[in-house]
Design a binder for this molecule. Structure first.
Ligand SMILES: [Zn+2]
Length: 436
């Protein structure tokens, strides 16, 4: 049974959600706490965050997952989903999530917008109130994952599909360090999990989102959308350009963009739909589904990651050769990740080379920044199963390995004491495919 049987509206609706949150925290004292992140613009309404976790496990041993809802006041679907997520987090099914993550849920980011049932936010960047609210939250819990909930209605839906879509949006704003592939991988798993529960979510990019908001109501594809879809084609001929009559100012829809830039947080947006799906038809359940999927993925190991958790440690390079966050637990890796992520553009060389000798691979790492000493793991995906010996500048060093279905990841802890180039030699067995 869903927590809310009808849509909470106006001031009484906000009070209803707040009193539900208070009784939830009171009824789940062993695992839940409430903190305040600030007050609404009129100073009248608190902006609460509920922290759900296994309190007997220290924070350093867990990842921080942040779920934010109701940034845009009129997006009603989000109002009933926050409590549904909290209820799930208190269930037996979520015990592994509580053991491995500190989950912070902000059920109402915009209390005034909720009461007014209006957008009451900014189209361009995050509001001053949000800067302080998310600043307060992230100073307490550096996020490893951040999921921001929105909800489409009849008129704010896609211009070509009005009033009937639910969407998972990978909202990282760069393709750095394989992030585009990693985000699509995670988004597609979320879409499979939600589909298995009977909810047909689509995976759309930020460019697609821009189309639903700024496209033409006739359904005709606008030029801006075309420009983005054909970007790679059109840069092939530098003399050829479109002439765009209406230039759009930059648009920020999700609260979590800055967290990607600062901490390489895994950031997703969700658009539920309060027009097509009524409260009594499972709106809250449909909204819970992608969150449940992502939180559970955060307790598993991704094939290219050494440890279980959100896939945020690959900071420079690709799956074959990369610079990764180092540390023996999630807390240490968070600190390491922030430091290396700031230096990402200062790694000027990442190179590997396979020699005639089938038992040797050479690698090079170059760093031109000044933030030394700098610790990181250099990670190589190897075809060979057995790695025998690794030397850095001709000195033998320790290394670790982990595997995916068909390869071995070699992880070499490195501390750079000064900028420059490091040369590595990796000795391994020759590769021999066993043909069956
Ligand atoms: Zn929105």
């Amino acid at each position: 049974m869903p927590v809310f049987k009808s849509m909470p509206m106006g001031e009484s609706g906000l009070r209803e959600v707040y009193s539900w949150v208070d009784s939830y925290v009171k009824g789940n004292q062993k695992i839940a706490d409430k903190i305040s992140l600030g007050k609404s613009e009129d100073n009248k309404w608190d902006i609460p965050a509920v922290i759900v976790t296994n309190k007997s496990i220290p924070g350093d041993k867990k990842q921080n997952a942040v779920v934010t809802l109701t940034r845009h006041g009129g997006e009603r679907g989000t109002r009933v989903i926050g409590p549904e997520i909290l209820n799930y987090l208190a269930s037996d099914d979520a015990s592994e999530i509580r053991d491995n993550q500190t989950v912070i849920v902000v059920p109402v980011a915009n209390p005034l917008g909720f009461i007014l049932d209006e957008f009451h936010s900014s189209m361009h960047g995050i509001t001053d109130l949000e800067k302080s609210v998310w600043g307060n939250l992230c100073s307490l819990y550096t996020p490893d994952m951040m999921l921001d909930y929105h909800s489409l209605g009849k008129i704010d839906g896609a211009k070509y599909d009005r009033g009937d879509m639910e969407v998972i949006l990978p909202v990282n704003t760069t393709k750095w360090g394989m992030d585009e592939q990693i985000y699509q991988y995670v988004a597609n798993r979320m879409a499979e999990d939600t589909a298995a529960k009977g909810w047909p979510y689509e995976v759309h990019s930020l460019e697609d989102l821009s189309f639903y908001y700024f496209g033409e109501t006739t359904g005709r594809f606008p030029q801006k959308y075309l420009q983005e879809k054909v970007f790679l084609l059109h840069i092939q001929n530098l003399l050829e350009h479109y002439d765009f009559p209406n230039k759009m100012p930059a648009y920020t829809n999700y609260t979590n963009g800055p967290a990607y830039y600062k901490w390489h947080t895994l950031v997703f947006g969700i658009e539920t739909n309060h027009w097509a799906i009524k409260v009594e038809d499972g709106l809250a359940e449909s909204g819970l589904a992608p969150c449940q999927s992502l939180l559970n993925m955060g307790t598993t190991r991704f094939p290219w990651e050494e440890d279980a958790g959100y896939p945020t440690n690959l900071l420079v390079g690709d799956f074959r050769i990369s610079i990764r966050a180092s540390g023996k637990n999630p807390g240490e890796r968070r600190i390491s990740r922030e430091k290396i992520w700031k230096e990402r553009a200062n790694f000027d060389i990442l190179k590997r080379e396979m020699l005639e000798d089938p038992e040797t691979t050479l690698a090079e790492v170059g760093y031109i920044g000044e933030n030394v000493p700098l610790k990181f793991d250099l990670c190589l995906r190897m075809r060979q199963k057995l790695i025998k010996k690794v030397t850095v500048e001709e000195r033998e060093v320790e290394f670790g390995t982990f595997k995916d279905d068909c390869s071995t990841f070699l992880s070499i802890p490195i501390t750079l004491n000064k900028p420059g180039l490091l040369k590595l030699t990796i000795r391994h067995e020759p590769f021999k495919r066993q043909i069956k």
